[in-house]
Write a protein that binds this ligand. Structure first.
Ligand SMILES: [Zn+2]
Length: 127
């Protein structure tokens, strides 16, 4: 889920902005920043960064070294538990900017079903 670490094996596909994606963007802007703060508080992970809503094909979410979180507007199409999983994954990157053992231990403690959710995400196509 890390844009910086992602190896691109396919040419970048361009996603078109449509009335449907603009509606997703509006609901994402209204919902996701607050949800990030709720989940951060529940996880005990301090978050004082910004939440930006993106429309890209490369990832569901990413986290910057400055502690800001980017989330794909397509998250609004997902079941709530998958959406939360992506957010929790990015929150874990506020502690560990890698996918090492400590990152995985934290993710496991906050979201025990993360492997199942990661697999389930693969069946969703971005629009
Ligand atoms: Zn990641």
């Amino acid at each position: 889920m890390h844009i910086v670490r992602r190896r691109r094996i396919r040419p970048r596909r361009i996603l078109a902005n449509t009335p449907e994606t603009e509606a997703l963007r509006a609901s994402a802007k209204a919902f996701l920043p607050g949800r990030v703060r709720e989940l951060a508080a529940q996880a005990g992970i301090p978050f004082s960064g910004r939440v930006a809503i993106k429309h890209n094909v490369s990832n569901w979410g990413s986290c910057s070294v400055k502690g800001n979180i980017n989330l794909n507007l397509n998250l609004m199409r997902l079941p709530a538990e998958l959406r939360d999983y992506v957010i929790i994954h990015e929150l874990c990157h506020l502690r560990y900017m890698n996918h090492g053992p400590e990152f995985h231990a934290l993710l496991e403690s906050l979201c025990p079903q993360h492997l199942e959710y990661r697999k389930a995400l693969r069946s969703w196509k971005l629009i």
